[in-house]
Design a protein around this ligand. Structure first.
Ligand SMILES: Nc1nc2c(ncn2[C@@H]2O[C@H](COP(=O)(O)OP(=O)(O)OP(=O)(O)O)[C@@H](O)[C@H]2O)c(=O)[nH]1
Ligand SMILES: [Zn+2]
Length: 382
């Protein structure tokens, strides 16, 4: 699997890589950072013009219907296409509907999985290496200029979403909201992401079910107190609420921007400034409504021997994910941040489009500072 991880690093550097299938070698290059020269060099390397591969979400955004039940689409390009046109097809708020498209090949679909894992925009240039160019491409692979990886390995890596976690280090860190707190750091086996379990109070004294908050990282909100979201307040008030309930766990998950990464979240904010809501902005960039997966949280709870929880959340998706993963969610506690004029649209979109339970926060009148951050016991889930 190390070769797959190396491939992700090359893609993040904007370099092309080769995906090897039993039939073909496919050159793929991230869309991010391309210019006209990139298109020309890729065409020279492959022996013909590349195509653009985009996700089903992006394709739907372009107003086109999917050619089949595939999750990605290949849009053929010609040598006349300029990088600006290609970038617009992949990630502009407004773009022409493509004239022709075909289902992406398994190698192309797998390539987009690598882009996601590398927190890039999930769009790529792709070109099967023409027979006449195979020798030249092989030489570049042999001298280390190009990395090649087998499709089979990439697919196994993708499924291996179940990547194992290692408990790496831990320390007591007294917090303003909970003085008796221990941070435990877990690292994913490919080394790309680290997640924290913040253990509040003495585990021997935790209630059953254990109060748990799954908190997705939000650098802008958690650290800088951004008013565009409610994350910073949720983080602090949930630590306090866990302490008040006799202790429990806050899992701080490396899922910045609902899993799309900070660079893409800033792109999405930019699109929201032009009028899109939080879900549509992610779709413009090729992402689904919520790219988060919770297998890491499940593994951390397992490592901490926690099987029955009371979840601090307003997000029904988190409850589903825990239950499907075998953790019994016995109750839910609401967990609000303050409503303000900057986050009102974001919170409304979460309620309306993703079904989050935010009705207590979002009232038709009064936009500013109406409500202090608080926690409600919303009862059990029966
Ligand atoms: N893509 C995207 N992510 C955002 C945006 N605003 C906030 N986020 C991210 O959304 C996530 C919110 O995380 P959480 O507070 O754990 O989750 P939640 O889904 O709101 O659920 P609860 O807070 O548990 O009710 C964080 O990763 C933020 O970085 C946005 O406009 N676009
Ligand atoms: Zn946030």
């Amino acid at each position: 699997m190390r070769q797959v991880e190396r491939t992700i690093f090359d893609l993040r550097r904007g370099l092309p890589v080769v995906l090897r299938t039993p039939q073909d070698d496919v050159l793929v290059q991230p869309l991010e950072g391309i210019d006209d020269d990139t298109l020309t060099s890729l065409a020279t390397l492959a022996g013909h013009a590349p195509g653009l591969v985009i996700t089903e979400h992006r394709h739907a955004r372009l107003g086109a219907s999917m050619p089949s039940a595939s999750h990605a689409v290949h849009l053929p390009l010609s040598v006349d296409h300029r990088a600006g046109d290609v970038i617009a097809w992949a990630m502009a708020a407004e773009a022409d509907t493509p004239k022709a498209s075909q289902p992406a090949t398994p190698a192309e679909t797998a390539a987009l999985g690598l882009m996601r894992r590398g927190l890039l925009v999930p769009a790529a240039l792709s070109a099967t290496v023409a027979p006449a160019r195979r020798e030249a491409v092989d030489a570049l692979i042999a001298d280390g200029t190009l990395l090649a990886v087998s499709l089979e390995d990439v697919q196994r890596y993708d499924e291996g979403d179940m990547t194992s976690l290692k408990r790496i280090s831990e320390a007591e860190i007294p917090l303003a909201e909970a003085e008796r707190t221990r941070f435990v750091l877990f690292r994913e086996s490919d080394g790309l992401r680290e997640h924290l379990a913040v253990l509040v109070g003495d585990p021997a004294e935790w209630a059953d079910p254990v109060p748990v908050r799954l908190h997705s990282a939000c650098l802008t909100g958690d650290l800088f107190g951004s008013l565009r979201c409610d994350c910073g307040e949720q983080l602090r008030t949930s630590v306090a609420a866990i302490r008040e309930r006799g202790g429990g766990i806050l899992l701080y998950l490396a899922q910045e921007g609902r899993g799309i990464g900070l660079a893409n979240k800033l792109r999405a904010y930019h699109l929201q400034d032009d009028g899109l809501d939080t879900v549509d902005a992610d779709q413009v960039l090729g992402f689904g409504d919520d790219e988060r997966r919770y297998h890491v949280a499940l593994q951390m709870l397992e490592a901490l021997a926690v099987t029955r929880i009371e979840l601090l959340t307003n997000n029904p998706g988190k409850i589903d994910a825990m239950s499907r993963g075998g953790v019994e969610v016995v109750g839910r506690q609401a967990c609000y941040g303050k409503l303000n004029e900057h986050n009102r649209r974001y919170l409304s979109a979460k309620a309306e489009r993703a079904g989050h339970w935010l009705e207590d926060v979002l009232e038709p009148s009064g936009v500013t500072d109406r409500r202090a951050p608080r926690h409600d016991t919303s009862g059990s889930l029966e």
